[in-house]
Design a protein around this ligand. Structure first.
Ligand code: GLU
Length: 319
């Protein structure tokens, strides 16, 4: 090739590359939810939608179903998830080295914000004859899959009511989508679940069977709610679910969003900023999110806040 031609080709190639679209590598962000019929999966999915819609040139968010709170905390510890949802009581236990993390306090977990409240529930069908917790003796009860948050709450309630899970009931460890189905199919008599309201896990059985929700109002539950910073004594208002036209007293935790210390500040900052600046969109994406309120969303967390979140909260004067 003559020199002139070579120069032409080089100039052309350089010129073209200057106009070629820059193939920027997107950052993959993995967000752990829980069962597909619960609300955590909606947290992971809806925040992922929000991020992909508003910052899709920079991030590729993936919200995925998981085993629940304990699964998510353990995935955060191993740094396989960037974000995950976990109950406030499980968040506290992990941070302090209690329960599933006995003697092994989790040091790399970071708090991002709180989401919706979740009530501890015992759900049955009318035909089981179960009207109070004591009536579950001799019955087939789902207490939640290992890895879920609700399993601890179920065991705690059983203990308070003096029911031995190994002797007094046949305890199952089904995932919630299986448990909701099993209640309808009469394969179990009741299930425990700790979840935000309304949830598909309860709405769906309410459509096909006469559903009954059992009050969890033992004095020791009220006492527990007074003692523990992550519990509140509350009620599920009448009419929340089809056929349940009475208030159901119980206690509640808060769904928290967690991360780990190695997630870059910019990733957490971008997510937090987008969530708070598009909070109205997020609130509209699921009925359980309607009550979200910024100041409240900074409460109920145990692990230290992630520096990326702190940066935004300071900018807003919330910290
Ligand atoms: N609270 C449940 C758990 O940790 C999940 C509830 C939900 O999926 O909304 O494991």
């Amino acid at each position: 090739m003559k020199l002139g031609k070579v120069v032409m080709v080089v100039v052309l190639a350089l010129g073209l590359s200057a106009f070629a679209p820059q193939a920027m590598a997107k950052t993959d962000v993995l967000f752990g939810g829980a069962s597909i019929v619960g609300v955590y999966y909606q947290v992971a999915l809806q925040i992922s939608n929000l991020m992909n819609k508003n910052m899709g040139d920079k991030y590729n968010y993936i919200g995925r179903p998981t085993g629940g709170s304990v699964f998510n905390i353990n995935a955060i510890i191993r740094e396989t998830f960037d974000f995950g949802v976990a109950q406030s009581d499980r968040n506290f236990q992990a941070f302090k080295g209690l329960a599933d993390w006995q003697g092994k306090p989790v040091t790399n977990m970071r708090s991002v914000f709180s989401m919706h409240p979740e009530t501890v529930m015992l759900v049955t069908r009318k035909d089981t004859g179960i009207k109070k917790v004591a009536d579950i003796k001799g019955k087939h009860i789902n207490i939640g899959n290992p890895g879920s948050g609700q399993r601890f709450n179920a065991e705690e309630v059983l203990k308070i009511y003096g029911i031995d899970k190994d002797k007094d009931i046949t305890a199952e460890g089904l995932q919630q989508h299986e448990a909701s189905r099993a209640l309808v199919d009469r394969k179990i008599d009741a299930f425990f679940y700790t979840v935000g309201n309304p949830s598909a896990a309860i709405e769906e059985p309410a459509q096909s069977v006469d559903m009954v929700m059992i009050p969890l109002d033992h004095p020791d539950i009220k006492k527990l709610a007074e003692e523990k910073p992550y519990y509140v004594y509350t009620k599920i208002p009448a009419g929340t679910y089809k056929g349940v036209d009475y208030d159901v007293p119980t206690y509640a935790v808060t769904a928290t969003v967690i991360s780990h210390e190695k997630v870059p500040d910019e990733v957490v900052y971008d997510m937090v900023k987008t969530v708070f600046e598009r909070l109205d969109d997020l609130k509209k994406s699921h009925a359980a999110f309607r009550i979200l309120e910024p100041k409240q969303m900074l409460q109920g967390l145990s692990a230290p806040f992630h520096p990326g979140a702190i940066k935004y909260y300071k900018e807003k004067g919330w910290m």
